[in-house]
Every structure is written in structure tokens, then in C-alpha cells.
Write a protein that binds this ligand. Structure first.
Ligand code: MN3
Length: 208
């Protein structure tokens, strides 16, 4: 068995006009496929069990880990999460999730602004995340390159543990064909594609 990309839960053109079919093809067929192939090749050549939960491998990554493993593993898994937490037209978060997501007095538009600022604050390639901390609350963070919030280096640096419930790809390849250099426009619009049902499922698992 090898690690598999998720099947896209919608057609390539289904996220238009926010994400066009050409971007989807390049991103899912080329970029995500390349990470997946390299990750599987690494597992094969280093005798890593590909039948285990990929999060076990993520949790084993330290600053001493081979960057080829760290980057391709993250590139494989982060994209699976990203495709899964998008859906045509987005969904409306439940009352339970909304109250967990929003700080006092915030609206969903404020959350959108917070995520736009978060993604804009990531210098260079990386990912913007909503995560559940050890006390069960939701906070936001970014990671560089293909790093994942459960990689221990981040936990050590921040003194907490993080279980991701939402991720947004802020690599240029996620938006450049359509939005050119405007990461901000992409971030503002992708908020309308978020599948909050998937986010809530991850939230309930993380806080169970
Ligand atoms: Mn990407």
C-alpha cells in the first residue's frame, strides 16, 4: 500500500469563480501528485511503514529530520486537508462551531478578516491554519513551507500542542494563475468556500 491523495470531493471546475479549473489541475494533478510520489518513494527507500496513520509520521518529525521527508510528507498531507475543507459555495457553521470560532463580539466577517491577515502575515510559502490547543480552544497560526502544526518543533517553540481543523494553502501556486501576486484577494474569496461541516468534525475529534 502507498499513501494516496484524496479523491477530490467535487469537480475541477466546481470551485469557480474563486478557484478556476486550470489552477485546480495544476495544483491537484501536478503539485500535489509530485509531493505524494516523492513521499511514497521516500517511504519505500527508507523502509517507512505506509500502512500507519500518516499523523504518526508527522508527530515524529524534528528539526533533525531529513528535509526531503519533512517537505514531501507535509506536501502530501496538508493538501489532502485543504481539498477536504473546501466545497462549492461553502457551508454555514453550526451554532456550536460558531461560538467556538468567534471571539467575544466577533462576526464571521471579522473571522474572515482575521484569516486574511493571518495568511498575509506568512512571509513566503506556507499554510494558514485554525488549530485546537491543549485546553480545547481554537486559535490560528501559520507554518512555513510544508510544515504541519503537529510537527513537534512547533509545539516546542510555542509551548503547546496543536490539532489542525482548517488549513489554507498560501503558496503562490494556489492562486497565482488567477490572482497573480494578490494573495489578499485569494484569501478574501476562499473564505466563501470553507466547508465548516468538515471543520466541525475535526473540532469535535480534537476536543473529544
Ligand atoms: Mn499547494
Amino acid at each position: 500500500m502507498t499513501f494516496k491523495k484524496i479523491e477530490l470531493p467535487y469537480e475541477y471546475e466546481a470551485l469557480e469563480p474563486v478557484i478556476d479549473a486550470e489552477t485546480m489541475h495544476v495544483h491537484y494533478d501536478k503539485h500535489h501528485q509530485a509531493y505524494t510520489d516523492k513521499f511514497n518513494a521516500y517511504c519505500e527507500s527508507h523502509d517507512i511503514d505506509t500502512n500507519q496513520d500518516v499523523r504518526n509520521i508527522i508527530s515524529s518529525i524534528t528539526t533533525e529530520s531529513d528535509s526531503a521527508l519533512r517537505n514531501n510528507l507535509g506536501g502530501y498531507h496538508n493538501h489532502n486537508m485543504y481539498w477536504e475543507n473546501l466545497t462549492p459555495g461553502g457551508t454555514t457553521p453550526s451554532k456550536t462551531l460558531t461560538s467556538a470560532l468567534l471571539k467575544d463580539g466577533e462576526t464571521m466577517d471579522d473571522l474572515r478578516a482575521r484569516l486574511v491577515a493571518l495568511g498575509m502575515g506568512q512571509f513566503g510559502s506556507g499554510w494558514a491554519w485554525l488549530v485546537v490547543t491543549s485546553d480545547g480552544s481554537i486559535t490560528e497560526l501559520t507554518t512555513s513551507k510544508q510544515d504541519h502544526p503537529m510537527m513537534p518543533a512547533l509545539a516546542e517553540q510555542q509551548g503547546d500542542t496543536f490539532q489542525p481543523i482548517l488549513t489554507i494553502d498560501v503558496w503562490e501556486h494556489a492562486y497565482y494563475l488567477q490572482y497573480k501576486s494578490s494573495r489578499k484577494d485569494y484569501l478574501e474569496k476562499i473564505f466563501d468556500l470553507i466547508n465548516w461541516d468538515v471543520v466541525e468534525k475535526r473540532y469535535l475529534e480534537a476536543t473529544a
